[in-house]
Design a binder for this molecule. Sequence first.
Ligand SMILES: Cc1cc2nc3c(=O)[nH]c(=O)nc-3n(C[C@H](O)[C@H](O)[C@H](O)COP(=O)(O)OP(=O)(O)OC[C@H]3O[C@@H](n4cnc5c(N)ncnc54)[C@H](O)[C@@H]3O)c2cc1C
Length: 439
Amino acid sequence: MSEQPRVEIYTKTQCPYCDKAKDLFDSKGIEYETYNVTGDDELFEEMVERAEGRKTAPEVFIDDELIGGWDETAALEETGELDEKLGLVTDGGSETEHRKLIIAGTGIAGLTAAIYAGRGDNQPLVIEGDEPGGQLTLTTDVANYPGFPEGISGPDLVNNMKEQAKQFGAELKNGIIESVDADQRPFRVELTNGDVYTADAIIAASGASARTLGIPGEDELMGYGLSTCATCDGAFFRDEDMLVVGGGDAAMEEATFLTKFADTVYIAHRREEFRAEQYWIDRVHEKVEEGEIEIMKNTEVTEIHGSQEAGVDHVTLVENEQGHPTDRLDDPETNEFEFDVGAVFFAIGHTPNTAYLEGTGVTMDDEGYLRTQGGDGGGQTETDVPGIFGAGDVVDYHYQQAVTAAGMGSKAALDADEYLEDLERAESSAETEAAAADD
Ligand SMILES: Cc1cc2nc3c(=O)[nH]c(=O)nc-3n(C[C@H](O)[C@H](O)[C@H](O)COP(=O)(O)OP(=O)(O)OC[C@H]3O[C@@H](n4cnc5c(N)ncnc54)[C@H](O)[C@@H]3O)c2cc1C
């Protein structure tokens, strides 16, 4: 075996994506050095210089080569190139392994399903996807998950659940499911790195990913002052004016969180009314009264200006008091103006991760959320394809809470267990009949 390459990771305190990067290398048994840049200006400058101007952590290096942040590292993992760089690639094609149950996702839904399925002796294989631990790893403070009167950090909750799932026999594996072939039984499950499994049943608990706007400046500045995770990147823009885009719970929570660092936090929302829970609206209004947040209603961002060297400089905004100003660009009442900010955070909702199920016959709604049986009694998490179940945010576009995802995860594991038992019974009675016919 060749010598392990030198892996270095620049991290910061309270950085979920840094934890994800470390977890990924841990799962591969790769040793690495970490440098925490929080409160160390010299180290921060060193990171920025080595990372070609990028100001976000983590920044990963392999043998002095800049790999980038979590997104770039995860992208290399997806294609198998990370293993190549780490010298982990072995010759010879991978064999197809059979599993009773494969669970897509290690968010709250997938991990709860894994705990139940493990206890049900279904030895689940749980595929982590490109966001190990799911969305909750992006938040430092979960105050509404039952059983934790003092609250718990998202990464701690997820790690506890991973431990619990492993104790009951679940196997967690890095990888992303690319496709499921439901024309054959057992199902054929292919990962983006080329690994192939067969499975008798699948629980889709693949959640949802942060949306972006597709506006000019977005691709260039993502990671250079534009972010979809305030808790991850807010501290890098201390004393700057910051703009949060959105009007739901996430936008309110992120704006409130950012007041710790920002000079002023601005919220741009395309409508008059917020969609957030009253609790969050009240928290934001408290901050407005304290002069820490300013709200810009009926306002949308159309362009982000800046450079990778200097970060975000300003944004172009449009405003129309009737709302949805980008639909009214020709309206003389629509005002366009430039607005100085040092950082922009998108908090505009999520897209369900269901591309790998296309072509299976599973019904999805217009946005791609899975449609399950629902209703009362057993089988609520069944999709249209027997043996494929759905749980968590990938199904639930409405509640989207950790505890509801957990509830659905447990239901999916119980439904899958029933399905697997029926399958086993059917297979053994077919064998008995075949044996009787041979006699
Ligand atoms: C910033 C923030 C703060 C939040 N705070 C709270 C809170 O305080 N309380 C609360 O109740 N809720 C909170 N939520 C909501 C909560 O995080 C979600 O409702 C919950 O995480 C949904 O869990 P899930 O398992 O359904 O999906 P997710 O958490 O989205 O997990 C999806 C999993 O699927 C994996 N995956 C995706 N595609 C594939 C694929 N092709 N193959 C394999 N795996 C795949 C991903 O990698 C991930 O592991 C918050 C959300 C955010 C973003």
